[in-house]
Write a protein of this length. Structure first.
Length: 499
């Protein structure tokens, strides 16, 4: 009995901490239902990023077992991303037209099947085929999650909510690097199987999730938020602020047609005419391009550059991941705070400053040979790199009509995923064939690849000039603008188009 007492005390303490943490999260997110939605959407992104990170963390074992090179490892991630980029466009259409929770649940079931398939293949060619299938189903995440966030949560807190959801994406990458990466040191096949098992539980929970109404009419408001009248203008807080400032919309972009009857090509043409949307797509693509390279070759770079073993290298990246989690939580909340204080460009400015800081901080981290010296630089660089994403995700919803959120995110995901698809292959190829491989090869590769990250910062500063007017344009299309009443289906004049 005495021998069991310390164990019982420890178990009780761990349980108490878990319950306290759960209560704190529920209070922070504003209730059990809101918490459930955030956790499930975060878990969807976590599953996708964990899979991508597992490939990078298993790079050494995959090379040895399948007799492949760095370029081949990059190719595994690249083919998944290319197929995901192409599939994101039809998933964007589905996000605007079908029950999103059911579509996402079905896609997650197929994720689990594809991961188990990846674990059973005997050759590199068959593994490549399994990754192609996986890429097709993981494409559901981007458009469906973005559309659900827009309808589940009020506009004034979407940056903060996106911060929590993207924290899940980072946590998934941490699981891929640390947990399944360490398992991969024993068996890369076991790593894929273990990663697949939670997918089926997540799918079951997603099927049971309530589908929100389109346009955010029954959003899950925080208990501490001021009550809004049911017939209040449905435009976002940024759009209302643009009206208060007297900003004029672009008359050529005010949408007077029914978005539900627009085909994919027509919708894509429209969203790509919005200047801020193009800038944010390119900036996001550049940032995720660099992040994809880090996910694939980060463990190998850290171990070679700083002369430490894989277990310690994984630990270093976990510390860095902690900084990234702080970044997404702080970035989203800060952007929302500036918006509430009346600064319309607040979300864009937070992203621009964060992108600039990331470039500056990565330089000393790449060129130092000491893990102790590099750790604070890498940690704060990761914080800055991740801090730009939640405000940008929230800002994209502010410049788009709600009924186009899915297709707009499909187009954005297509461009972003293409960049992520190219990153692992280009990182590996530049390391192998331009800089001769080895430690110096990866070092100079990471240094050169800072250029797209710098381009992301430049583009975000450009967005400061276009964002206010595009917000006003979306407000003109979303609000009550037909004979002093809210738009109805009969007010829209676009004839039905096929996909």
């Amino acid at each position: 009995m005495n021998g069991r007492r310390p164990a019982a005390i420890a178990a009780s303490a761990i349980g108490g901490l878990g319950r306290s943490g759960s209560r704190a999260l529920t209070n922070a997110l504003g209730g059990a239902e809101r918490t459930r939605v955030v956790v499930l959407l975060a878990s969807v992104l976590a599953l996708s990023s964990a899979d991508a990170a597992t490939v990078g963390a298993s790079a050494t074992q995959l090379r040895d077992a399948l007799h492949i090179s760095n370029t081949d490892v990059g190719l595994l991630v690249t083919v998944t991303s290319i197929v995901a980029a192409l599939a994101s466009l039809p998933f964007g259409v589905l996000a605007d037209r079908v029950r999103r929770t059911s579509a996402l649940g079905a896609a997650i079931v197929l994720w689990g099947v594809a991961m188990i398939w990846s674990a059973t293949v005997p050759t590199f060619g068959q593994l490549l085929l399994a990754r192609l299938f996986l890429g097709g189903v993981t494409a559901a995440a981007g458009p469906l999650v973005a559309s659900l966030v827009g309808d589940y949560f009020p506009s004034y807190e979407r940056g903060r909510i996106y911060g929590y959801i993207l924290a899940g994406e980072l946590a998934g990458a941490g699981v891929g690097f640390a947990v399944t990466g360490d398992i991969a040191a024993l068996s890369w096949r076991a790593a894929f199987v273990i990663l697949a098992l939670p997918a089926f539980v997540l799918a079951w929970m997603m099927f049971r999730l309530r589908e929100p109404a389109r346009g955010g009419s029954d959003a899950l408001a925080s208990p501490t938020a001021p009550a809004r009248a049911p017939d209040e203008d449905p435009t976002t807080d940024a759009q209302r602020l643009a009206r208060e400032h007297g900003l004029q919309p672009d008359p050529h972009l005010v949408l007077t047609r029914d978005p539900r009857r627009m085909g994919l090509v027509s919708a894509a043409r429209y969203v790509l005419r919005i200047r801020t949307n193009i800038v944010l797509i390119l900036a996001s693509a550049c940032g995720y391009y660099f992040l994809a390279g880090v996910q694939t070759f980060g463990v190998e770079f850290v171990t070679r550059q700083y002369g430490i073993n894989q277990a310690l290298g994984t630990l270093v990246l976990l510390v860095v991941g902690g900084g990234a989690v702080v970044g997404v939580l702080a970035g989203g909340s800060l952007g929302d705070l500036l918006l509430r204080r009346g600064f319309l460009n607040g979300r864009i400015l937070v992203s621009a400053i964060a992108a600039t800081a990331a470039v500056v901080l990565f330089v000393p981290a790449i060129f130092t040979r000491s893990a102790v010296t590099a750790l604070p630089y890498i940690t704060f660089a990761a914080l800055a790199l991740s801090a730009q994403n939640p405000p940008l995700d929230a800002a994209r919803l502010d410049i788009m009509v709600p009924l186009l959120w899915g297709r707009a995110e499909g187009v954005r995901t297509f461009m972003r995923t293409l960049a992520m698809a190219l990153a692992p292959l280009l990182f590996g190829a530049v390391s192998d064939y331009v800089f001769g491989g080895g430690r110096s090869g990866l070092q100079w590769t990471f240094a050169v690849m800072l250029l797209p990250l710098a381009a992301s910062a430049y583009l975000l500063y450009r967005a400061l000039g276009t964002y206010p007017r595009d917000v006003a344009t979306a407000a003109a299309a979303s609000g009550p603008a037909v004979s002093g009443r809210r738009r109805s289906r009969s007010d829209w004049d676009l004839p039905a188009e096929s996909l």
